[in-house]
Ligand binder design. Structure first.
Ligand SMILES: O=P(O)(O)O[C@H]1O[C@H](CO)[C@@H](O)[C@H]1O
Ligand SMILES: O=c1cc[nH]c(=O)[nH]1
Length: 232
């Protein structure tokens, strides 16, 4: 057991999908995997291991925000030997052309978090996806006719911004969307020499103010899961 994950060593697969929402983890396990075993309920942050097309894969809820996913990524890599971490998350669009339910492959993650300052002291590290996973995800999506955007995203420490125009400074530099975890996921993967990718679905738009429901975010972002599972 690690401090936040109640699995024995060997109960977690080398590839782990990481939804922020633990109930999205449960939905993924129940709808996409066979031979499923729940290995974690510590803090209600559900984790499951099962088979996808005969290959072992785990799904671990990672919570909301950089500190939370930072803890799970660290323990999965260092205590359980995980080699591929694939976030499957919701995100808010920053661009008119990025519509509700569009898929975004996060090539890189800008951030307004100061978490990397503790390591880089005012210099800037660029959290970047595994090119291997990114290329495979893009190829799979193209073969399946799933349209996607790939580019830079923002991992934000703040969900409710006071200034409704805040997004525009990022949007003007081509940032596609906002979520709250990828920058530290990519940084942690780089630090420990493993692979990571975030596959996101647009759940709402900061531009048009359209939004999906929390139920939609829990149980309907199927294409994102299919892309992530193609990487197992
Ligand atoms: O849907 P998940 O994966 O939780 O991702 C997004 O949703 C949460 C905010 O509603 C944040 O965790 C953000 O990154
Ligand atoms: O607007 C959004 C939607 C999902 N996640 C975020 O962090 N922001």
């Amino acid at each position: 057991m690690s401090l936040h994950i109640g699995a024995e060593v060997g109960e977690i697969a080398e590839t782990v999908l990481l939804p922020g929402d633990p109930l999205r983890a449960k939905w993924i396990a129940e709808h996409f995997l066979t031979d499923v075993k729940q290995y974690n309920n510590v803090r209600g942050m559900l984790g499951f291991t099962g088979l996808y097309n005969g290959k072992r894969v785990s799904v671990q809820g990672s919570g909301m925000g950089i500190p939370s996913i930072g803890i799970y990524a660290h323990e999965l890599i260092n205590d359980y030997g995980v080699k591929k971490l694939i976030r499957v998350g919701s995100a808010g669009s920053y661009q008119k052309e990025v519509a509700l339910r569009d898929i975004v492959l996060a090539m890189s993650a800008s951030t307004n978090s100061s978490i990397n300052n503790a390591t880089f002291h005012g210099e800037t590290f660029a959290p970047t996806a595994s090119f291997n996973l990114l290329r495979k995800a893009a190829d799979f999506a193209e073969n399946k006719g799933i349209s996607y955007k790939a580019g830079n995203i923002l991992s934000s420490d703040i969900f409710y911004q006071d200034n409704p125009e805040y997004y525009k400074k990022w949007a003007s530099h081509g940032v596609l969307c906002v979520e709250m975890e990828t920058a530290v996921l990519y940084t942690t993967a780089a630090k420990f020499g493993v692979e990571a990718l975030s596959v996101l679905t647009i759940s709402d738009s900061l531009v048009t103010h359209e939004a999906t429901s929390s139920q939609d975010r829990e149980t309907t972002f199927k294409e994102m899961i299919e892309i992530a599972l193609s990487l197992v």
